[in-house]
Design a protein around this ligand. Structure first.
Ligand code: MSP
Length: 509
């Protein structure tokens, strides 16, 4: 069985989750569900990034220990996953022992390879981003290019990682394997930065304690990014030969936001190369959710609470909007008006209406039950063919991560099905004695809706499940596969629809 290992970044826990975090998790969940539905053995990892000066300071402000602070905040991130119906297979916390051990092991491996050495670091550091910057990278010489906050000067004894040794190798790798770093604009940006030359990276700190100690040198804690990236190995217990997850490496996809691509597409693979570990297949950077063109973030005070949105509009409404409205890979402006509009147009009006009309007619004309018959009518055959081609078309969009194309393709089939009803006017056919023709029309619609439902599943799992039940099936979509369910509906001798509440009530602002 083909495996698929997908990860989200691990979230900083200094503030409550907002829908920027939800975006990464939702997209990763859609990809994970799609792969499982394809029959792949999927491992989907998410988690929390709990070390560093930022967390230590946040805990101090609250008058608690960093661990207490972390335990409290992690609960919110886990709750966010539940509220969004995220189907992760594990949740890694960087304060777990399995993580500490893995980080220390990797650090030691790299050091044994002579790629970590001690030196003195003087530099400009942004605490909220946990990043060092060179003078030339800074805005107006003192503000962080990522978050625009003032940087601090730090001077300390540190361990360095020989990033400069591996930079030319990763540069070559990216050039020769363009699919390793996507989308293209991000790849070009990274290649341009590599072209400028790369210094060795400071990977330990002595000025605070909240981190993983450097092996055999307790004065130092490991730099939080060096620590955090290793979650992708500790989450599958990589160094444990008996772990059933170990063979999942290399990861198929690290899904990340665009601001952390350098860490994932350059620093991380260089660390792996030094330790002799294979590189992940792909690092894909998505854009930001913006509000009026500005990145949504705690510091700007414009963040939107995912719990409020899912309560107000349902989880599937948020999932559908984020996966369909934003050109995946680019930034997208978030707005409730657009969420409601998109949901009402596609799900309530187009797909919900189609399901409602079809089921009502089958109830009225056939008492909910329709035997399988040969479909001879040309228009019926055309609609069936196009609906059965849907999954192939969508598969392509999943492979190229053109996620916004998916709902578009599904809605095209739903539109065609609604037009088919208008064109066939089944209510008129019902008044003739051509019952077989009416059966063909209704069966065709059921076939189309079954394909729409199965293809909607990764995007909006709860609603798709309800649709599947209205179509008369009891299977749990999350526990089955597309092929198995398609075969089932095609071959069943009799459809028995179960009229129920249509899962797409119109939303109001
Ligand atoms: N802890 C690091 C990641 C370490 S991974 C080894 C981190 N955490 S984060 O909480 O700041 O961000 C986590 C993810 O949320 C990133 O993919 C980031 O891009 C995403 N988002 C945070 N705000 C966002 C938006 N406003 N819009 C879209 N995604 C954004 O970075």
């Amino acid at each position: 069985m083909q495996t698929y290992y997908i990860t989200t970044p691990i979230y900083y826990i200094n503030a409550q989750p907002h829908i920027g975090h939800s975006y990464t998790s939702i997209i990763a969940d859609i990809l994970a569900r799609f792969r499982r539905f394809q029959g792949n053995k999927v491992f989907f990892l998410t988690g929390t990034d709990e070390h560093g000066q930022k967390i230590q300071r946040a805990a101090e402000e609250q008058g608690c220990s960093p661990q207490e602070f972390a335990d409290d905040m992690v609960a919110s991130f886990k709750k966010m996953g539940e509220a969004l119906h995220i189907s992760n297979d594990d949740f890694i916390r960087t304060t777990e022992e399995r993580h500490t051990k893995t980080v220390q092991k990797l650090f030691s491996l790299i050091k044994e390879n002579n790629d970590i050495y001690k030196g003195l670091y003087t530099g400009l550091y942004c605490v909220p981003c946990e990043s060092f910057w060179s003078q030339t990278q800074l805005e107006e010489k003192k503000y962080c290019p990522d978050c625009s906050r003032e940087v601090e000067e730090l001077s300390e004894e540190t361990y360095f990682f020989r990033l400069s040794k591996y930079a030319p190798i990763i540069q070559k790798h990216i050039k020769e394997n363009p699919s390793f770093c996507e989308p293209e604009w991000k790849r070009n940006e990274i290649l341009a930065r590599l072209e400028e030359g790369v210094n060795d990276l400071s990977v330990s700190r002595t000025t605070f304690r909240w981190g993983i100690p450097v092996p055999h040198d307790d004065d130092h804690v490991i730099y939080v990014w060096f620590d955090a990236l290793i979650n992708y190995l500790s989450g599958i217990n990589y160094f444990d030969e008996n772990s059933p997850c170990q063979p999942l490496w290399p990861a198929d996809l690290h899904l990340i936001g665009k601001e952390i691509a350098w860490f994932h597409a350059v620093i991380w693979p260089c660390m792996l190369m030094s330790a002799g570990i294979p590189l992940p297949q792909k690092v894909f950077s998505h854009g930001w959710l913006t509000i009026g063109g500005e990145k949504m973030s705690k510091s700007l005070g414009n963040s939107i609470d995912p719990f409020v949105i899912t309560e107000k509009f349902t989880t599937d409404a948020l999932r559908y909007y984020l996966s369909s409205q934003i050109n995946f890979g680019s930034d997208g402006d978030y707005s409730e008006e657009k969420l409601v509009q998109k949901y009402n147009a596609d799900l309530a009006n187009c797909i919900g209406n189609l399901l409602n009309r079809t089921v009502s007619m089958i109830k009225k004309y056939f008492n909910c039950s329709l035997p399988r018959i040969e479909i001879e009518d040309n228009a019926c055959q055309t609609l069936i063919t196009s609906s059965r081609q849907l999954s192939k078309k969508i598969e392509e969009s999943y492979h190229t991560l053109s996620l916004h194309e998916i709902s578009k393709a599904i809605n095209e089939v739903a539109d065609a099905s609604n037009s088919f009803i208008v064109q066939k006017e089944p209510w008129k056919v019902a008044k003739t004695d051509n019952e077989e023709y009416l059966q063909q029309i209704m069966l065709t619609l059921l076939y189309a809706i079954a394909e729409i439902t199965l293809n909607l599943y990764p995007l909006i799992p709860t609603s798709a499940q309800k649709m599947w039940e209205i179509l008369g099936f009891e299977d749990r979509l999350a526990e089955s596969t597309y092929n198995r369910l398609q075969e089932k509906y095609i071959n069943q001798q009799k459809w028995k629809v179960v009229p129920g509440e249509i899962p797409f009530p119109r939303l109001e602002l």
